[in-house]
Design a protein around this ligand. Structure first.
Ligand SMILES: Cc1ncc(COP(=O)(O)O)c(C=O)c1O
Length: 371
């Protein structure tokens, strides 16, 4: 932060806060014997799987590959359908598409902005093989209802946890409920690398073995592919950095939750819909997203914030089913909620290093807009 502009997020501040530890961890990789996979990757895989409460972690190049290869490892591909949402980072749908399966898009619940289980039910056909639930903005999807539907129809449940490291759903950490879970460690994520990184988490040992093979050409042993594979190895420098940052994740999550509570207290009473706090569910506020009455008001508020040095943003302005690459090409349900959200949501600055003064500036600017 330069004192006048409040960024939406600030991964550099996250590095500077832990600079000595991160620099030391990077040195051990630079001076160590292995620049591909090796002990740092294996250690972080174990640490992160343990943090989520699961047996196996398989590091990947990024969170999109994690979705792609999780589906491949489950045997899902061409001819199959996978139900997910349109109101998400396009990466979710891209990851499904990379597997060869057809993404089928469902509308979201208007309170949590996550996949609506009743809409999922309506989209199931004989070709449906899996549901990818996105814990959007750090808020858990309705995992009980989704698990019940997946059990009833024999579908796999994949949790896209890219935005929700450490979120709790009725005492269970997200990523520990589905058959397999995927994470991104993109720099702005709640647990962020200094570059691209991702992981697949599962309790299924055979699935973990398959994932280890297909992230590296299908190798069990070097130079002999047992099956067709890809190259999606987690970089050891990123793994070493992430091991450091994981130790600080619970404190960072507390900061995010504290900042979110402060926003919700200060903004109550304004004509904005604030993020939900649902009993038994602990969101981790990857983003703090408010909703304006209509598109014109949202756009005017965004402009007003920008003019006053506050970098807000829209997640996401273009529903995936309306983007040129996908429009008319995907099967979808009706999308009334998704299309309203695209026109009304606004993400406010929130990151662990945001100061009280910085947050006050955001709040004052929003209040001034509504006067
Ligand atoms: C919901 C969601 N899923 C998947 C991804 C993909 O992650 P990555 O950017 O690491 O490929 C992201 C991040 O961009 C995301 O926000």
């Amino acid at each position: 932060m330069d004192g006048t502009t409040i960024p939406l997020t600030d991964p550099r501040a996250g590095y500077l806060a832990l600079r000595a530890e991160i620099d030391a961890a990077m040195r051990t990789v630079l001076e160590g014997p292995s620049y591909i996979l090796g002990e740092h990757v294996a250690r972080f895989e174990k640490e992160f799987a343990t943090y989520v409460g699961m047996a196996h972690g398989v590091g990947m190049n990024n969170g999109t590959d994690a979705i792609h290869l999780a589906l491949r490892a489950l045997g899902i591909g061409p001819g199959d359908e996978v139900i997910t949402v349109s109101h998400t980072a396009v990466a979710t749908v891209a990851g499904v598409g990379m597997s060869g399966a057809a993404p089928v898009l469902a509308d979201v619940d208007p309170t949590t902005c996550t996949i609506d289980p009743q809409e999922v039910r309506k989209l199931i056909t004989g070709r449906t093989k899996a549901v990818v639930a996105v814990h959007l903005y750090g808020h858990p999807a309705d995992l009980d209802a989704l698990s019940a539907i997946c059990r009833e129809y024999g579908l796999r449940l994949i949790e896209d946890c890219a935005q929700a490291h450490g979120a709790l759903y009725h005492g269970r950490m997200v990523g520990s409920v589905g058959d397999v879970s995927t994470f991104s460690f993109y720099p702005t994520k709640n647990l962020g690398a200094i570059g691209d990184a991702g992981m697949v988490i599962t309790n299924d040992e055979a699935l973990a073995g398959a994932l280890r093979r297909i992230r590296q050409y299908g190798w069990e042993q070097p130079q002999c592919s047992l099956q067709e594979g890809w190259n999606s190895r987690l970089d050891p420098l990123q793994a070493a950095i992430l091991s450091v940052k994981l130790r600080h994740l619970p404190a960072a999550t507390e900061c995010r939750r504290g900042l979110a509570a402060a926003y919700s207290k200060a903004l109550a009473g304004l004509p904005l819909v604030l993020p939900p706090e649902i009993p038994g569910v602990e969101a981790v506020y990857h983003l703090y997203v408010v909703r304006a009455e209509d598109r014109a008001t949202r756009d005017a508020l965004l402009t007003h914030l920008g003019k006053n040095g506050v970098r807000a943003a829209v997640h996401y302005p273009h529903p995936v089913h309306l983007q040129p690459a996908y429009a008319g090409r995907l099967r979808t349900g009706p999308m009334p909620i998704t299309e309203v959200l695209a026109g009304t949501v606004l993400s406010l600055p929130l990151f662990p290093e945001l100061t009280e003064a910085g947050q006050d500036q955001v709040i004052r600017t929003i209040k001034a807009f509504h006067q």
